[in-house]
Design a protein around this ligand. Structure first.
Ligand SMILES: Cc1cc2nc3c(=O)[nH]c(=O)nc-3n(C[C@H](O)[C@H](O)[C@H](O)COP(=O)(O)OP(=O)(O)OC[C@H]3O[C@@H](n4cnc5c(N)ncnc54)[C@H](O)[C@@H]3O)c2cc1C
Length: 102
């Protein structure tokens, strides 16, 4: 599966369109190798699933953890006031959910 069907990032983290495009690029690479006769269908599916997990599983998990810190007023305020003085931590957290350009 690709895009939202493979896994949806939490709304707070966003970037779902980019993830769908990135996932389809990964899939296309493996589909191409399969259609060229270089790998079997099973290899194509396994390699794509492995790549997908490598690129997205951690981002989705981090997104879920961050999202869980929002919703309740006291928890949201505590989290924001704790990390606000540390812009490097904020950038780090954003990087954990946004991945690298592809
Ligand atoms: C309200 C909202 C706001 C969002 N805002 C942002 C944003 O600002 N930035 C961002 O990056 N992401 C945003 N997203 C997330 C983003 O839209 C999705 O992550 C992204 O579109 C996923 O792409 P996709 O190709 O997987 O799925 P989709 O874009 O949903 O495409 C799936 C397509 O398949 C079609 N389809 C479904 N079933 C069938 C069928 N049986 N046969 C044929 N066709 C079918 C659908 O009609 C649809 O056109 C938002 C999502 C929502 C709901």
């Amino acid at each position: 599966m690709i895009g939202d069907a493979a896994g949806m990032i939490t709304p707070l983290c966003g970037n779902g369109m980019s993830m769908a495009l990135h996932g389809s690029k990964l899939a296309a690479e493996h589909i191409h190798a399969y259609l060229q006769g270089n790998i079997s269908r099973t290899e194509m599916e396994e390699q794509y699933a492995k790549q997908w997990k490598l690129h997205f599983a951690g981002r989705l998990k981090t997104g879920r953890i961050i999202q869980s810190l929002f919703g309740k007023n006291y928890l949201s305020n505590f989290f924001i006031s704790t990390i606000k003085p540390f812009p490097r931590i904020v950038s780090f957290l954003i990087k954990q959910t946004h991945g690298k350009p592809f």
